[in-house]
Design a protein around this ligand. Structure first.
Ligand SMILES: NC(=O)c1ccc[n+]([C@@H]2O[C@H](COP(=O)([O-])OP(=O)(O)OC[C@H]3O[C@@H](n4cnc5c(N)ncnc54)[C@H](OP(=O)(O)O)[C@@H]3O)[C@@H](O)[C@H]2O)c1
Length: 299
């Protein structure tokens, strides 16, 4: 049986991936940030050589997109150099590596879905750092490196848009949400099962896009969340990106096409609406737990 090693296992995706693998009966070790810092090359080498995994999934990342604009070297240290350290360790042991990457490697300025063959053109420090990670993995592991790009993740184990809207619905009479950015809200549990299916498929190494089917704007997603809460969706009002500026420019189009995934005959991830409905009870419970936590609780 394939032995799995998950880095960044304390994060939103990492936690759901470790759970999904465990539930499916796989031999899995999850190393959270406190167990393994991927910027520490010697520690990464030791972890991979000690655990001898058949496959590593690197979920460790600097994910604070706006902060990366002023702290690009730190973002690059994790997302670029950290990924390179994991790739080097895998090259040394013969392990395969799945590097989780992002729609932010693209410019986000088209109105059609990005394919795996499209040229990346990141417009943010975070996107540049993620692209550096992709390139390191592909360079060092041409025969064993998988880049899985995803987008708009949400799950029970981390702050994310869906959980924020659940909270804001209770706190505010109306909320303004941008309606000119299009993407694919993707449940971390669905992505976790997709990664397991990718490994099982014996697909060739390379770049794969893994995100929900369909697409929606943040405004449309917020209205759907209000509907699931039994609240009046008209309380969500559309605004433009220009009315909600952020340090890192947000892509107008984050939609990823799934050509490589389909070509490898891997079942597509569910549509975003069905996924959200499925995920919703768990997200509500997680948010209720967070709201009930005393001040200073790590969440
Ligand atoms: N969230 C999204 O919408 C989204 C969209 C597209 C792609 N992605 C990608 O999906 C992957 C998973 O993201 P996520 O949403 O699960 O993010 P997350 O919840 O922030 O998880 C990332 C984890 O990496 C850990 N980490 C940070 N620096 C580290 C280091 N030097 N060594 C080891 N671990 C470190 C973090 O620990 P600390 O919290 O202790 O720092 C955190 O537990 C990432 O590659 C991300 O770039 C995410």
């Amino acid at each position: 049986m394939t032995r799995w090693l998950i880095t960044g296992a304390g994060g939103m995706l990492g936690r759901d991936l470790v759970s999904a693998l465990g539930q499916a009966g796989h031999d899995v070790t999850g190393l959270a940030h406190r167990d393994l810092d991927v910027t520490d090359q010697a520690a990464v080498h030791a972890a991979v050589h000690d655990h001898r995994p058949g496959i590593v999934v690197n979920c460790a990342a600097w994910t604070r997109v706006d902060d990366a604009e002023t702290r690009e070297a730190e973002a690059l240290a994790v997302n670029g150099h950290g990924a390179a350290h994991v790739a080097a360790a895998c090259a040394g042991t013969g392990a395969r590596l799945v590097q989780i990457s992002s729609d932010y490697v693209f410019g986000g300025d088209t109105r059609r879905p990005y394919t795996e063959a499209d040229d990346p053109r990141p417009r943010t420090a975070y996107g540049r750092a993620k692209l550096a990670g992709e390139q390191a993995v592909r360079r060092q592991l041409p025969g064993a490196g998988y880049v899985v790009r995803t987008a708009w993740l949400y799950g029970a184990h981390g702050p994310n848009f869906v959980r924020t809207i659940i909270r804001l619905e209770r706190e505010r009479p109306t909320i303004d949400v941008v309606d000119d950015q299009l993407g694919q809200p993707t449940w971390t549990v669905d992505l976790a099962h997709g990664i397991i299916a990718l490994e099982r498929s014996q697909a060739a190494p390379g770049i794969y896009h893994a995100s929900s089917a369909g697409s929606v704007t943040w405004f449309g997603l917020a209205r759907e969340i209000f509907t699931l809460l039994g609240a009046d969706p008209a309380r969500v009002r559309p605004i433009t990106t220009a009315e909600y500026p952020s340090p890192a420019p947000r892509p107008a189009c984050s939609v990823l096409a799934h050509d490589a995934w389909h070509a490898a005959h891997i079942a597509p991830l569910p549509g975003w609406q069905a996924a959200l409905r499925h995920a919703f009870p768990g997200l509500l419970a997680a948010q209720a737990g967070q709201d009930a936590a005393p001040v200073g609780h790590p969440g």
